[in-house]
Design a protein around this ligand. Sequence first.
Ligand code: ADP
Ligand code: CDP
Length: 218
Amino acid sequence: MQIPVITIDGPSGAGKGTVSRAVANILHWHYLDSGSIYRSLAIAALDAGIPLENRAEVCRIAEEMQLEFDCSAELQVKLNGINITPKLAGETTGNAASIIAAFPEVRQVLLQKQKDFQQLPGLVADGRDMGSVVFPDAEFKVYLTAGSRERALRRYKQLIEKGIDANLDQITREIEERDLRDSARATAPLTVPAGALYIDSSSLSIQEVIDRVINLVR
Ligand SMILES: Nc1ncnc2c1ncn2[C@@H]1O[C@H](COP(=O)(O)OP(=O)(O)O)[C@@H](O)[C@H]1O
Ligand SMILES: Nc1ccn([C@@H]2O[C@H](COP(=O)(O)OP(=O)(O)O)[C@@H](O)[C@H]2O)c(=O)n1
């Protein structure tokens, strides 16, 4: 029997994490935050003093790192036994993740770690290439987006709420740079997967987006 998967791909700040967690909770399915794997690798490389451009060393770290995820409430991540959750959220980590995510050999090493999340009774997987590369046979595919200024504003508010210092113009610039890098890379670029439900959440509430995804499944 094929274990059901809902993939939710899209750019930064579109609401993927928020919506994926809610849908996983409603359905009692597992949740994969694939971006947190790339973020964890970026932290591991930076902590080890490895320049992000050093593909071979970043790849070695990807092979060696041990990640433990606890998704029972807010996502908690341990890297080689150490809790790195507080470091995961910042935009510096997101931008570093986007740099190393462009290396095909790194993506190859991380592929199986992501596939392993496909467990009964089902999986909600959030990222950039969930529907196109990691779970191409997924039964349900969603592409979630919103205008870049709206996404930057959401991210700004989210960071301020977490007590993290933020600047709206800088976030807007960085989000646009990251969109371009994630969409233009040769391997597993951000793309609308074939057959995906396209949702522009610019003027939708979080609940309205959740309802659309749940309607797709039911
Ligand atoms: N439809 C929406 N309307 C308003 N705010 C939203 C909406 N969807 C998500 N948000 C808020 O935007 C921020 C970024 O959402 P998040 O789920 O982290 O995005 P992503 O995982 O796509 O980067 C969060 O603070 C979230 O509450
Ligand atoms: N499936 C994925 C998930 C993330 N990523 C990369 O990791 C970065 C951080 O992803 P994220 O999902 O945590 O970022 P946000 O959308 O939450 O800002 C992205 O900008 C991508 O470059 C990827 O390449 N493939």
